[in-house]
Design a protein around this ligand. Structure first.
Ligand SMILES: [Zn+2]
Ligand SMILES: [Zn+2]
Length: 340
């Protein structure tokens, strides 16, 4: 099968790999229909986050069940499913306390990071990490359920309440999903983005939805101390977040950037009553609810491009990766099953 693997110099290379087949009784092999290109994948290629060289990348996947192991009971060939790529062991102390996203045995099990992922025609995964796609939900929407689960985890960790003022930093796909979900929770949302293309795209998206409670602006137009809750989807904007947060506000750090650092005056947190929250990626216990919530959210409007695996260069250009490339896309989706 065709697959895109991470090269030693942070390239994404099209290679041939053997097709997977079921080994363990609970294994399922999927034909991958769509895999979203995540901000984290982009971060890996830009040196902001680590992944294992040689790994097949891609984790935001949806597909059709092709083959099932002898013990599989909840899916059958032909079923449409969403992949939950944040695997957990279920046996460690943290898993047994329900903190599945902080499983101590995660190393070596993150799909598309240090275990082969879904920028490939087929993917093998244990049954328990697959969720049925509702019959009325197209793949274009289902492919955004995993990012929705991440956003849901972060908004819920911060206790998002109706009527409060939420500032979302970054109008990439995660920022868009965060604004959409915060609006669904009946908050008043300001989406703040530096890049003019992304700002225009976000404005058009929310105008068409007539989401009156979502406004879009650039950073210099975001008033200081104006948000009860700040979500930093970029992962490097803690200093800006402290400025935008109102006194007694909460700040959630969300984007994955292992190079970002920030200087904080502890006294400011103390005197202004600020709380900084790290919520990890989603807890898998949220995943089924994310599938159901997606039925009410027009997530497919965030998908801007579909590319086959052999069009990876065009996909990278749309993502602003490469010399002189600028953002020309929102959620870029690869379609491993599509014929050339
Ligand atoms: Zn992701
Ligand atoms: Zn565990």
């Amino acid at each position: 099968m065709k697959a895109l693997v991470l090269g030693p110099d942070r390239t994404l290379d099209l290679v041939e790999r053997p097709e997977p087949s079921c080994v363990a009784p609970d294994d399922v092999v999927l034909k991958v229909e769509q895999t979203g290109f995540c901000g984290t994948d982009r971060g890996v290629l830009l040196g902001k986050f680590s992944a294992e060289p040689g790994v097949v990348m891609g984790h935001e996947a949806v597909g059709e069940v092709r083959e099932i192991g002898t013990g599989v009971t909840t899916v059958k060939p032909g079923d449409r499913v969403i992949v939950n790529p944040t695997l957990y062991c279920g046996l460690c102390d943290r898993c047994r306390r329900g903190l599945l996203n902080f499983c101590v045995n995660k190393a070596g099990t993150e799909i598309g990071i240090d275990r082969d992922g879904a920028f490939a025609e087929y993917l093998r995964l244990e049954e328990r990490f697959l969720y049925a796609i509702p019959d009325d939900m197209p793949y274009d929407r289902a492919v955004l359920v995993e990012p929705l689960a991440c956003v849901m985890n972060n908004l819920e960790a911060a206790g998002t309440r109706p009527g409060e003022r939420v500032a979302v930093l970054g109008a990439g796909p995660i920022g868009m999903v965060a604004a959409l979900l915060a609006d669904h929770y009946r908050a008043t949302v300001r989406l703040i983005e530096r890049d003019p293309f992304r700002r225009r795209t976000a404005e058009a998206f929310f105008r068409n939805l007539s989401c009156g409670a979502v406004s879009v602006c650039e950073p210099r137009d975001a008033p200081a101390r104006s948000a009860d809750l700040v979500i930093d989807t970029v992962g490097s904007l803690l200093t800006e977040s402290l400025t935008i947060a109102a006194d007694l506000g909460r700040i959630v750090v969300m984007g994955f950037d292992e190079q970002a650092t920030a200087t904080i005056r502890p006294l400011e947190l103390l005197q202004r009553g600020l709380r900084v929250i790290g919520a990890g990626d989603y807890n898998s216990l949220l995943f089924a609810r994310a599938v159901q919530t997606a039925r009410h959210l027009p997530l497919e409007g965030i998908v801007s491009h579909h590319f086959r695996l052999d069009q990876v260069d065009a996909a990278l250009t749309a993502l602003g990766i490469g010399p002189d490339a600028e953002y020309a896309g929102m959620k870029v989706v690869l379609t491993p099953g599509a014929e050339a």
